[in-house]
Design a protein around this ligand. Structure first.
Ligand code: PRP
Length: 220
């Protein structure tokens, strides 16, 4: 028998919205998946041909790009940051809506931005950040953080941050203002391109099930 498909699901906020979609697409994780105390990382589902792994969002893209998982759910921020050629993102899942934004301490906007050629930015998204500033003729020196970017300005690590914003509460609580939106984000179904060709009999119906679950005919 072929090995079950491995479906990579991100931990964190998307998970709560992703579970009803998975269910509508016909996939129900085993009970242990919902047990917060469980240290297991790989889970069976109601379908013998599909197992689930639960990993960090950035790692969903890495597992799927390398073919270690064949299919996954991840934000379009992560898809864009990596721009792996092996990732195919056929369905916009219309969940996990947020934006990638530039933020800075209140009042910083007064400095002479026209005279600047270089900015220092704390972010989990160095590629998207450099691309954004390059388009504005500025060189961005990115300080890579994996979370809590909002601390960077008050501790002198960088004046600006580029991070995800949803309600804006985290920025506000840390004395920061959003100065520009780099991109709007939603979660995508991603598939490994090689697997999609070689295991299309299994993966195509799954992709179609997600399209139907989201209620869209076609999303590129
Ligand atoms: C994200 C993001 C911000 C926050 C924004 O972090 O990095 O810190 O949410 O949300 P808000 O605008 O509604 O306040 P998350 O809580 O997902 O955790 P993380 O730092 O582990 O990514």
């Amino acid at each position: 028998m072929t090995r079950p498909l491995t479906f990579a699901i991100p931990k964190g906020r998307i998970l709560d919205e992703a579970l009803p979609l998975l269910s509508r697409a016909g996939i129900e994780p085993e009970a242990e998946f919902h047990d917060k105390k469980s240290r297991a990382l790989r889970f069976a589902t109601n379908r013998p041909d599909v197992s689930i792994i639960r990993v960090r969002a950035f790692d969903v893209a890495t597992f799927v790009a390398h073919g270690a998982a064949q299919i996954g759910i991840v934000g379009s921020d992560v898809v864009e940051e990596f721009s792996y050629s092996e990732l195919y993102a056929p369905v916009d899942l219309n969940i996990g809506h947020c934006r990638l934004s530039v933020a800075e301490p209140t009042g910083l906007a007064d400095e002479d931005q026209a005279a600047m050629s270089h900015v220092r930015v704390a972010t989990k998204y160095p590629h998207l950040t450099r691309r954004y500033y390059e388009a504005r003729g500025l060189q961005a020196e990115c300080v890579k953080l994996n979370g809590a970017m909002e601390l960077a300005p008050s501790l002198g690590l960088s004046r600006r941050i580029v991070d995800l914003v949803s309600s804006g509460a985290t920025l506000k609580a840390n004395g920061l203002v959003e100065t520009d939106v780099i991109m709007q984000i939603s979660a995508r179904l991603i598939v490994n391109r090689a697997a999609y060709k070689m295991r299309s009999a299994e993966l195509s119906p799954l992709v179609e099930a997600f399209r139907a679950a989201v209620g869209v005919k076609d999303a590129a």
